[in-house]
Design a protein around this ligand. Structure first.
Ligand SMILES: NC(=O)C1=CN([C@@H]2O[C@H](COP(=O)(O)OP(=O)(O)OC[C@H]3O[C@@H](n4cnc5c(N)ncnc54)[C@H](O)[C@@H]3O)[C@@H](O)[C@H]2O)C=CC1
Ligand SMILES: O=C(CO)COP(=O)(O)O
Length: 336
């Protein structure tokens, strides 16, 4: 790096979540190196201590240093990867080989085209890295403001890696819980974004709070069916990165996925809404590829299918909901 390698932790991606994570990590005066894609933001963060594009509410701590040069991150021992899911592979390849350092994956999504989860993308783009997934109920603006939350920190390297990473990442109001279920943590975060779009549609169509709770419940059944088919552990899916984040994201217009769904429910087209946004709604990219994987594996995910239809503009919201309501009655049991 150009001005000396002082940071133990680097954050790659300065959208709302990367910036909030950097702010949380710097809250006790530790140094954080933040890779920022937008050149105008590098200067704004370093000189004005703010990220006016993605997290305007926060006055950033003085120990956050922004860089626009990916190579500066190559030797930092712990890297938090916080790009949108579709860009993880390209950005990680751009950093260059890092040997066996820790890579903590914080993006929530499935790669379109390949169907890969983030850990599979990272294994190819950074062979030899020690992988972990950080996921849970974490609206960026709340974490940046120092409000408390807890996350799943799923470590491919087991408890030893979790202890090492917790020493670098945990703070009094940010509690990483241990798991060894990397795929389970990833699946919860990816699927809940699609279900949040569905809950937003319910809000946009004014279908009521009963409908939303029913949808969360049946959506959770879809998350469990899919997760178990992919080898996830049931307790991960019902934990912070699964049910915890599902409840958060399905209940608030602070969620970009929920607000996308709400606009769809109010009659806007997905193409028009997304063209107007600089921020990412991961569920819009994940829904079609998730539906495809589920179909290929024979996993029933009617809510995910409905969101996919809606995003593709193949049916209006009221019709998609009518189709869901007309499905044959069945046992509530998870499988079968
Ligand atoms: N915002 C939140 O509260 C949370 C977000 N996440 C996840 O974090 C990830 C990043 O989301 P946010 O920080 O919210 O992003 P954001 O929506 O605030 O900002 C968009 C980000 O995309 C980046 N970007 C755009 N085009 C790019 C390209 N071609 N290559 C690389 N980067 C590009 C921008 O530089 C910016 O960092 C997503 O996977 C999201 O699901 C996870 C937990 C909380
Ligand atoms: O993942 C999140 C909170 O945990 C953020 O959700 P949105 O991306 O829908 O805003």
């Amino acid at each position: 790096m150009s001005e000396g390698n002082f940071a133990t932790v680097g954050v790659v991606g300065a959208g709302a979540w990367g910036t909030a994570l950097a702010q949380m990590l710097a809250s006790d005066g530790r140094e954080v190196l933040l890779w920022v894609r937008e050149s105008e933001l590098v200067a704004q963060i370093n000189e004005e201590r703010r990220n006016g594009l993605f997290l305007p509410s926060a006055e950033l701590h003085p120990t956050i240093r922004a860089t626009g040069n990916l190579a500066d991150l190559a030797q930092v021992p712990v890297l938090l990867m916080v790009t949108p899911a579709q860009h993880l592979g390209a950005v990680l390849s751009g950093i260059g080989r890092r040997g066996d350092g820790d890579l903590v994956l914080c993006s929530k999504g499935i790669e379109a085209g390949t169907g890969r989860l983030m850990a599979d993308v990272a294994r190819d783009a950074a062979p030899g890295a020690s992988l972990a997934v950080l996921s849970g109920p974490t609206f960026a603006h709340e974490v940046a403001a120092g409000l408390p939350t807890a996350v799943t920190l799923a470590c491919a390297g087991g408890e030893a890696q979790w202890r090492r990473l917790s020493a670098a990442i945990a703070r009094p109001t940010f509690r990483p819980y241990y798991s060894d279920d990397v795929a389970g943590a990833e699946i919860g975060g990816a699927v809940k974004n699609v279900l949040a779009i569905a809950c937003g549609v319910v809000e946009g169509l004014r279908l009521g709070q009963n409908a939303r709770a029913a949808l969360i419940s049946r959506g959770f059944a879809e998350m469990q069916r899919f997760g178990l088919a992919m080898g996830a552990q049931a307790e991960t899916l019902s934990g912070l990165s699964g049910l915890g984040d599902l409840v958060l994201t399905c209940s608030s217009t602070s969620s970009r996925n929920f607000s996308l769904g709400k606009a769809l429910g109010e009659g806007a087209s997905a193409a028009a809404i997304l063209a107007d946004r600089a921020t990412v709604a991961e569920g819009a990219f994940t829904a079609p590829v998730l539906a495809e994987i589920a179909r290929a594996r024979g996993v029933s995910m009617p809510i995910v299918e409905a969101v996919t239809l809606l995003l593709e503009g193949k049916a209006p919201a009221h019709q998609v909901v009518a189709q869901l309501l007309a499905r044959p009655l069945r046992a509530e049991a998870l499988l079968g």
